[in-house]
Design a protein around this ligand. Structure first.
Ligand code: NAD
Ligand code: WQD
Length: 338
């Protein structure tokens, strides 16, 4: 079965391509390399011994999207990762984010509407919950007003898909709300490749560990948590990738309950910033240079997933520990810089 993975050379897309190939799917990747490297294709091939089909183009070019679907009429499912994801940049360039994250989503759904049956998986985010009132966060927790245009694209994106599913019964979709994806493939062949100064905690830690950054700033230690630093649910990217295969299988086997579903993807365990640092120190055997600074505007105190729905309905569970994830991230950092 042929599966389209948009943004397939990106961080989560590349790991998902590996898991799909491991399960015997034929994978077609589309990417414009705006936030990834062509070398990732070699990494996927090295792990799976199969080179996925790759088409390089910008999905904002509607004509190219149309031609792509004409050429690949036998696509059985689409996993849509392609998007811009930098929260800060989205505040400065909102229209870029709406064009890329919403415009492209609409083009994809327009093409899927032409098919007799279509299966669609969407990369959503725990950011839709904002600061949830209760922990752990279930899928029924209210969606809070978005803090950034990026966050808004995920909320609006979900609404667009839900409306499309309502209007077109041939379309089945699942929105996956990721918590904090981290780590790298244990083979050391693919991993996260942030461009410029990383905004996310884990790549900043590993880059500090390797000496590329002088010091990690810990944004606040006066939050109402045990050690005062913020709590997140860090999920290993390989676990996350496997959940996409489980979600896709659910749609392909018509096991879905209604044609639009939402799942949280996390470990269910919250870790503080200091716990992540200590995990890094454990697995790397070295001290990390960090200092406590002011809070980062817009940060929430805590977010971790209730994973019951994904565990029971998708039959999937995150297996890796925080130490596993930090170890793989560290190994990857060392390989990238060697
Ligand atoms: P990423 O930037 O590594 O991957 C996205 C890929 O899409 C990149 O390779 C990029 O080149 C490609 N792309 C972007 N716009 C494109 C376009 N117009 N045409 C073709 N290709 C395009 O990001 P990621 O971390 O792998 O995230 C994948 C998805 O998951 C995104 O939708 C993101 O918003 C979502 N998500 C990510 C996180 C996270 O922390 N990484 C958390 C929640 C949700
Ligand atoms: C984690 C924790 C920081 C960097 C972001 C997006 C969200 C989602 C995931 C896509 C926080 C602290 C961080 C640093 C620090 N992406 N931190 N020093 O904020 O949970 O979410 O990525 O949908 O939309 O907003 O992740 O990795 O940036 O931060 O102390 O240099 O680490 O304050 O508590 P976050 P993060």
């Amino acid at each position: 079965m042929k599966i389209l993975v948009t943004g397939g050379l990106g961080f989560i897309g590349s790991h998902t391509a590996v898991e799909l190939q491991n399960e015997g799917f034929e994978v077609v990747l589309v990417d414009n390399l705006s936030n990834s490297s062509i070398d990732v294709l070699d990494g996927i091939e090295a792990i799976t011994h199969k080179r996925p089909i790759f088409e390089e183009f910008d999905l904002r070019e509607k004509q190219k999207v149309e031609s792509f679907f004409q050429k690949h009429g036998d696509i059985a499912g689409v996993i849509h990762f392609a998007a811009s994801k930098a929260v800060g940049e989205s505040v400065e360039k909102p229209l870029l984010y709406y064009e890329n994250n919403i415009g492209v989503l609409v083009y994809m759904l327009q093409e899927l509407k032409k098919k007799q049956s279509a299966n669609f998986i969407f990369s959503s985010s725990c950011t839709v919950y904002g600061q949830a009132d209760q922990m752990p966060i279930t899928e029924t927790a209210p969606v809070k007003p978005a803090e950034s245009p990026y966050g808004n694209t995920k909320q609006v994106g979900e609404e667009i898909i839900k409306d499309s599913c309502k209007a077109n019964s041939q379309l089945k979709a699942i929105a996956l709300r990721y918590f904090n994806p981290v780590g790298a493939h244990p083979s050391g062949k693919i991993g996260e490749l942030p461009i410029g100064v990383p905004q996310n905690l884990v790549p900043f830690i590993t880059q500090t560990g390797i000496g590329l950054r002088e010091q990690l700033s810990v944004f606040g230690d006066d939050y109402p948590t045990e050690d005062g630093t913020c709590i997140r649910d860090y999920i290993h990217v390989v676990d996350l990738a496997k959940a996409h295969v489980a979600a896709l299988q659910r749609l392909l086997k018509n096991k879905n309950d209604g044609n639009y579903e939402v799942f949280n993807l996390g470990t269910g365990k919250g870790s503080s910033v200091l716990e992540v640092i200590h995990s890094f120190e454990r697995v790397s055997g070295q001290k990390l240079n960090y200092k406590i600074v002011d809070r980062r505007p817009g940060d929430i105190t805590q977010a971790y997933a209730d994973t019951k729905k994904a565990n029971e309905v998708l039959g999937w569970k995150a297996e890796s520990t925080l130490d596993d994830a930090m170890k793989s991230a560290w190994e990857w950092e060392k390989i990238v810089r060697s």
